[in-house]
Every structure is written in structure tokens, then in C-alpha cells.
Design a protein around this ligand. Structure first.
Ligand code: CA
Length: 489
């Protein structure tokens, strides 16, 4: 969609104001795939408020995560360092809050810093003037928030409550100082429990299936065939909401259970098998997932409206991202972890009035390891030499440096979760070479995204790709050296 003339005029008028240190509003979600955002061309969802953000800012098509799993991604964002250096390789780790993080550094240069919502790093937040975070994964309803050390339970839908509390903090902040606010939702992480107002919103539609829903993995090695994230076989009853993860009030339970119980009973009665079960599970999964995203999009809209009403929009950078991508039925899967594209890439949309050209689209390889450096640069703070990413500020200005990265190193450590073995690899604009290095597998896979954008057939070992493979292998060696990767532990 083309930006309107008005937005372009606003852009030109606001350009001279860009020198002022901006506020930073970081809107963050959990497991939100680009495939579920209409600004990214989603064929299954409409997200009007995220689309507005993209229309008024820059949308990044190739934002890649260094390690596609929840807590490690958060640690990468806070530190600007890969997992092996920040110490948070898997969800089992506890974040070392004594280390250098970008909120601490922003605070040192006079920013007020706050985080509201999902934290998921086990240790309590450090570097924030105010924190109000969910305990662990948190629940979709009636969440317990740890508010500056104190446990308080709230009644309502968590996505709404997180936004309410973000707005409350904004209302009470010191208006003389710039702020960093990290507003981080639990949604749309499983189990997918939509807001009561969104129960049944997709009842009358059939959501299109992804082209690779029935991938039989015959074009890959052993790794994918050992998965435990199948729409057909691994969602299990609980994941499809035969059991609920939230503690409801009696009235909430009545509505929630009233919606799901008849559907559960119908499923048990029909007991679909084979491809019919896959299709049935997909429809239920994706409708619940999209209904959770609906509340996220509405709450993004609430914050954008708040910035407008308070006269803050022009001085505030708004960034939207997720801890990683997710499979929405592609390759027959839910979940994340793989270096395959749906989980390697994550949404990134940034609106910086007067700096970023409205409606721009970027295809450079950027990463969650760049976020810390970017926020420090926006604030005019020094970027520590031990951070491993690069500031996106020139990219946001539309001037990507000539020596911007053309290759990207990935490493996943949490062996076994959903059957995904540890692996590492390199991605370029066209190719991906990955090594499933555990002795029980020890296989390489190579994908040529130009001829095989859905990554259905590894061409590793194909003589036509031997020169490409050798080049990518030596690039992995170079990147591991540069990033100080000593081993695969
Ligand atoms: Ca996640």
C-alpha cells in the first residue's frame, strides 16, 4: 500500500526534529509469525493496527533470530550478544542479570526504563526503574504480575492488562526524561486461549491451509523426520484445549468452557484420522492462534492511539517484534526452533517519525542481535565493543552501509525440545547450509531458496552445488571465529 501524501508531508516537516533523543516503545510478542501479519502479505489474517505501523514506518522482511527459542531470544535482545556469550542457550537456563544490558546503559544516559508483561528469564529484571512482569510463562487470564518484587494477581485478559499497565506507567512517568518502555505480551504463545470477546470469531470461515501442510520430509535428512511438533500427531488433547492452562473466574469459565466443550466433544465423537485429523487440528489450532493475535493487534492500536492523544507520537520510536517466528502448519508443524525459514525469521516493524520513510520495506539481513545496538544508537549512547550486532539506525534512515552483513550465523542448543536436535548453520539471501551435528544424526542440509523457497528438498551432496557448499562451509568457520563460538555446548 502506498503511503498517503499527508504522511509524506508529515515526514518532511518532522525531519529537523529527529535530532532530539526519542522515546522508545518496544512492542514485543511471543511466537508471532510473519505469516499472521497482513503487512507481511498474510493470506490468513488481517492486522489493521500492525499494518498501520508498517504504513507509517519500515517493515523488515529478513529479520533473523540467532537462536529460535523464547528465553534465549530475549537474552540476545537485552545483551546484543549471541547465546554462548550471554549464557542463555536454552529455556532451561537462568539469565545472569548482573551482566551488561541495553536498558542499564540507557538508564545511565538519562532514560527512564520500564518493562511490563512477559519476561521469562527466571531471574528478576535488572536495569529497569519499573518492572511488572508475568511469572514464568504467565497465563492468558487473571495473571500474576510481579510488580517491583511484589506478587499481585489481576482479573481480566492478560493482553489487555499488560497494555493497561503500560499506559498507567506512561501516565505516571517523569515527563522531563525520555523513556524506554518494553511492552511484552504472552500472546500468541500456546496454549492458545483467546479473549472472551474473540471466542468464535472465525467459526464461519475455513482458514486456508499452507502449501506444505502435508510435507512428508522425504526431501530432508533424519532431523526433520524425528520431529515432535506435528499438527496431526503431537498437538495432543491438552494443546487443543481439552484442558485449559488459565485459572478462570466462575463467570469466565462458564463462557470459555461453554465455547470449547461442545467442540471438544464433537472432535472426540468424530475421532478423525489421517489427513482428516490434520485438517481438523489445523483449523482449530489456527483459529485459536489468530484469535489470540487479534487481541495483540487491538492492543497495539490502543498504544498507537495513546501516543497520538498524548502528543507523543512524533517523539517516540515504535518497534514491533516477536521472540521468533512460528510454524502455522507449514511442514505440518506448530512450534519453532529449526533454522528453516518460518522460525528463523521474525517480524520487525519500526516507526520513527521524521527519520524512517513511511511505507518503506527493507530486505537486508538484520537480526534480534542488532536491537540493543540500535536502541543505544537512537539514544546517542556509546555501543559497547563486546556487543555482536550492529545498529540499524543507518538502515532505518534508508542508507544501509555498503559493508552490511551478507551472511548470518545461527545456532540452536536446546536438543530434544519437540524433537528438534541441536544444529547450527549459515544463511545468505539465497542459500542456507545447516549442520545437525549430534552424533546420532550428523548430517548437513543445504537449501537453495531461489529454486526452493519452501525448503522442501535439501541439495546437499548434489555435485552442482559443491562449490557453493564449500564456500558456505568456510563462511561458517569464519563466522564462528568472529563470533567467538568455541564449541557446540
Ligand atoms: Ca517464543
Amino acid at each position: 500500500m502506498k503511503p498517503s501524501i499527508n504522511i509524506l508531508i508529515l515526514f518532511l516537516v518532522l525531519q529537523p526534529l529527529a535530532a532530539k533523543r526519542p522515546n522508545i516503545l518496544f512492542l514485543f510478542t511471543d511466537d508471532h509469525a510473519t505469516q499472521a501479519i497482513s503487512a507481511y502479505g498474510s493470506t490468513i489474517n488481517r492486522t489493521p493496527n500492525l499494518d498501520r505501523l508498517a504504513r507509517e514506518g519500515m517493515l523488515f522482511r529478513r529479520c533473523l533470530v540467532t537462536n529460535s527459542i523464547c528465553a534465549p531470544s530475549r537474552a540476545v535482545i537485552l545483551t546484543g550478544k549471541y547465546s554462548h556469550l550471554n549464557g542463555h542457550r536454552t529455556n532451561r537456563d537462568t539469565f545472569d542479570g548482573s551482566q551488561q544490558t541495553f536498558p542499564k546503559l540507557l538508564r545511565r544516559v538519562g532514560y527512564q526504563t520500564a518493562i511490563v508483561g512477559k519476561w521469562h528469564l527466571k531471574s528478576l529484571p535488572t536495569g529497569f526503574d519499573h518492572y511488572e512482569v508475568l511469572k514464568g510463562q504467565g497465563s492468558y487470564y487473571n495473571p500474576l504480575l510481579i510488580t517491583n518484587g511484589k506478587n499481585i494477581t489481576h482479573t481480566g485478559y492478560t493482553t489487555d492488562i499488560v497494555t493497561d499497565h503500560a499506559i498507567q506507567w506512561l501516565d505516571g512517568r517523569d515527563k522531563e526524561k525520555p523513556f524506554l518502555l518494553m511492552c511484552q505480551h504472552k500472546a500468541p504463545h500456546g496454549r492458545w486461549e483467546p479473549a472472551l470477546r474473540h471466542l468464535g470469531i472465525y467459526d464461519d470461515v475455513e482458514i486456508p491451509e499452507p502449501a506444505t501442510l502435508f510435507d512428508d520430509y522425504s526431501g530432508r535428512g533424519k532431523a526433520a523426520r524425528g520431529h515432535k511438533m506435528g499438527i496431526a500427531g503431537h498437538m495432543g488433547d491438552a494443546r487443543l484445549m481439552f484442558k485449559y492452562s488459565s485459572r478462570f473466574t466462575p463467570e469466565q469459565f462458564k463462557q470459555f468452557d461453554g465455547y470449547f466443550r461442545p467442540r471438544n466433544e464433537a472432535f472426540l465423537k468424530a475421532n478423525p484420522q489421517g489427513s482428516e485429523r490434520t485438517r481438523w487440528n489445523y483449523q482449530r489450532y489456527i483459529k485459536n492462534y489468530l484469535a489470540c493475535v487479534k487481541a495483540v493487534d487491538e492492543n497495539v492500536g490502543r498504544l498507537l492511539d495513546y501516543l497520538d492523544e498524548q502528543g507523543l507520537a512524533r517523539d517516540t520510536v515504535v518497534i514491533y517484534s516477536s521472540d521468533q517466528g512460528f510454524y502455522l502448519g507449514e511442514h505440518g508443524w506448530f512450534d519453532k526452533r529449526w533454522m528453516y525459514d518460518e522460525s528463523l525469521r521474525t517480524p520487525l516493524i519500526a516507526r520513527w517519525p521524521g527519520v524512517t520513510r513511511p511505507g518503506s520495506v527493507n530486505t537486508d539481513i538484520v537480526s534480534n542481535v542488532d536491537f540493543a545496538e540500535t536502541f543505544l544508537d537512537m539514544a546517542g549512547a556509546d555501543i559497547p565493543g563486546d556487543m555482536q550486532g550492529r545498529s540499524l539506525v543507518p538502515v532505518l534512515k534508508g542508507k544501509t552501509p555498503a559493508d552490511w552483513r551478507k551472511t548470518f550465523y545461527y545456532q540452536y542448543y536446546e536438543s530434544g525440545g519437540h524433537g528438534v536436535p541441536a544444529h547450527y548453520g549459515v544463511a545468505t539471501a539465497r542459500y542456507k547450509l545447516m549442520h545437525f551435528h549430534e552424533p546420532k544424526i550428523n548430517e548437513w542440509e543445504l537449501y537453495d531458496l531461489k529454486v526452493d523457497p519452501n525448503e522442501m528438498k535439501s541439495v546437499h551432496g548434489n555435485p552442482g552445488y559443491s562449490r557453493i557448499t564449500a564456500g558456505l562451509e568456510s563462511e561458517i568457520t569464519r563466522l564462528r571465529e568472529e563470533l567467538e563460538v568455541r564449541d557446540n555446548q
